[in-house]
Design a protein around this ligand. Structure first.
Ligand code: FAD
Length: 278
C-alpha cells in the first residue's frame, strides 16, 4: 500500500472535564501511533464552543502537536476573530480550517452568515501567509447549494481568496469523490482536496448527521446496518471493513490524503489505519 497519503484527525471540543481529560490523554496518545500530520478541532458557529475549541487547541499544542482550529464568523465580530487568530499565532499554530458554519437552530433567521471565502480573505488580509488554510468541499454537494456547478464555483472562490487545500464532507460513494475532483480540475482548481472519512460506529447518529449534511449512505450499507439493530460489535466490525475498503480504493486511486472524523474515539480510526498499513 502506498502510504504517502497524508492523514489527519478531527476532534470536537469535549463538553466535560472527564471528556477533555480522556481526549487529551489516552485518546490522543493512542491516535499518535498512526503519526497524523495534524489534529483539527471543530468550532460551533455562533460562538457556542469558542472557549472550549480554543482551550482544546492550545492544550494539544502544548503537547507539541500540530493543530488546526476550525473557525467561522458565526455571529461574532471582526475583533473576536482577530483575537482568536492572534492567540493561535502566538501559540505557534499555523493551520486553520475556515468555514461559514451553520448557526444553531433557533438563532435569528434573518442573519446573513459570512461565507467561507470572505473569512479566508479576512485571514489573509490580517495574517498574510502565516496560516495554511483548509476549506470545506462537498463531493455530494452542499445541501443549500443552488446547483452542482455553483457549489464548485464557490469552492474555487475559496481557493482564489487564498485557501491552500480542502477537506471534503464525508462520503461513502467513492465515485462521487473522483467525479468531483475531475470537475474541480476542469474549473482550474489545482490544490489538494483531501477525502473526509467518517468511521461507522452508531447507525442512528450516522443516519441523522447524513440527513442534515447531505451525505448519502448507500442503500446496501443502510440495509446491512439496520439488520444489526443494537448489536454494536457487529456494527463496528462491518463499519471498519467497509471504511477500510473505501480508504484503500481512495489511496490506490490517488487521493492526496484522508481526514478522519474521529468523533473523539481512537477506535475504530486506528483499526482502519492499521488495516491500511498507515
Ligand atoms: P461556504 O463555503 O461558505 O458555502 C455555504 C453555502 O453557500 C454553499 O451552499 C455554497 O454553494 C454557497 N456559497 C459559498 N460561497 C458563496 C458566496 N460567496 N455567495 C453565495 N453563495 C455562496 N460546521 C461547524 O459548525 N463547525 C465546524 O467546525 C465544521 N467543520 C467542518 C469541517 C469540514 C471539513 C466540513 C466539510 C464541514 C464542516 N462543518 C463545520 C460544516 C459546515 O460548517 C457546513 O457545511 C456549512 O453549512 C457550510 O460551511 P462552508 O464553509 O462549506 O460554507
Amino acid at each position: 500500500m502506498d502510504s504517502k497519503a497524508a492523514i489527519s484527525f478531527e476532534y470536537f471540543p469535549p463538553k466535560t472535564d472527564a471528556g477533555r481529560d480522556k481526549l487529551l490523554g489516552e485518546t490522543t496518545a493512542a491516535l499518535q501511533s498512526a503519526n497524523p500530520n495534524y489534529y483539527s478541532v471543530t468550532y460551533g458557529a455562533g460562538g457556542s464552543t469558542r472557549d472550549n475549541t480554543r482551550g482544546t487547541v492550545l492544550a494539544l499544542r502544548e503537547q507539541g502537536l500540530d493543530v488546526a482550529p476550525h473557525l467561522s464568523f458565526g455571529l461574532d465580530g471582526e475583533d473576536t476573530i482577530l483575537s482568536l487568530l492572534q492567540d493561535y499565532q502566538q501559540a505557534g499554530i499555523n493551520r486553520l480550517v475556515a468555514l461559514r458554519g451553520d448557526l444553531p437552530s433557533g438563532t435569528g433567521g434573518g442573519t446573513r452568515l459570512v461565507y467561507a471565502n470572505e473569512l479566508v480573505a479576512f485571514v489573509r488580509e490580517h495574517t498574510g501567509d502565516h496560516f495554511h488554510i483548509e476549506v470545506a468541499a462537498y463531493p455530494e454537494i452542499h445541501p443549500q447549494a443552488e446547483s452542482y456547478e455553483s457549489d464548485i464555483r464557490y469552492l474555487k472562490g475559496k481557493f482564489d481568496a487564498g485557501a491552500d487545500s480542502a477537506i471534503t464532507q464525508y462520503f461513502y460513494n467513492v465515485e462521487a469523490y473522483f467525479y468531483f475532483l475531475d470537475r474541480c480540475a476542469a474549473l482550474g482548481i489545482d490544490k489538494p482536496i483531501y477525502a473526509g472519512i467518517m468511521p461507522i460506529t452508531n447507525y442512528a447518529n450516522l443516519a441523522r448527521f447524513s440527513q442534515n449534511c447531505g451525505a448519502e449512505i448507500p442503500r446496501w450499507i443502510r440495509k446491512r446496518l439496520e439488520g444489526y439493530a443494537d448489536d454494536k460489535e457487529s456494527i463496528r466490525a462491518f463499519g471498519v471493513e467497509v471504511v477500510t475498503q473505501l480508504c484503500q480504493t481512495l489511496i490506490e486511486s490517488g487521493a492526496p490524503g484522508i481526514h478522519f472524523y474521529t468523533m473523539n474515539q481512537a477506535q475504530p480510526t486506528l483499526q482502519i489505519c492499521a488495516n491500511l498499513g498507515l
